[in-house]
Design a protein around this ligand. Structure first.
Ligand SMILES: [Zn+2]
Length: 134
């Protein structure tokens, strides 16, 4: 039951990405927004969550790694792995485009900085990464 529900949430999330919409789940009890969407609120444990479209606006708080070593995201390079706070209040770890080991220090000096979510095409599906505002 739980697995089926999670599958449906994941499917809806990817279906909406295809349409250019980035969705999260908002808790009806405490208002916490989960992104990527999960069906239980991680803040208060409530099971009642609903879809909301995220604005995509966020603040890039800290940079952990420039060009995270994972082979998994080779196609999205260059990027860094950073902590981002969504306008909706959630804190997420996300890929931030355009960061290289060479310019990482320059980015770090500018933080916190405005950034925005960007939908990127990968092999067969779309996903979300972030980009620092110009
Ligand atoms: Zn909650």
């Amino acid at each position: 039951m739980k697995a089926a529900k999670m599958e449906k949430i994941v499917k809806t999330f990817y279906d909406q990405l295809e349409k250019g919409k980035i969705m999260g789940r908002r808790c009806t009890a405490c208002g916490n927004v989960e992104f990527p969407p999960v069906f239980i609120c991680n803040k208060c444990g409530c099971f009642e969550t609903e879809w909301i479209e995220l604005s995509g606006k966020a603040t890039f708080q800290s940079l952990m790694v420039a060009n995270g070593q994972t082979q998994k995201y080779q196609d999205l390079m260059p990027y860094g792995l950073g902590a981002v706070t969504l306008e909706e209040g959630s804190e997420v770890n996300a890929l931030i485009g355009g960061i290289t080991p060479e310019n990482a220090e320059e980015y770090r000096n500018k933080l916190p900085a405005g950034c925005h979510a960007k939908i990127v095409q990968r092999d067969g599906y779309k996903t979300v990464m972030f980009e620092v505002d110009k």
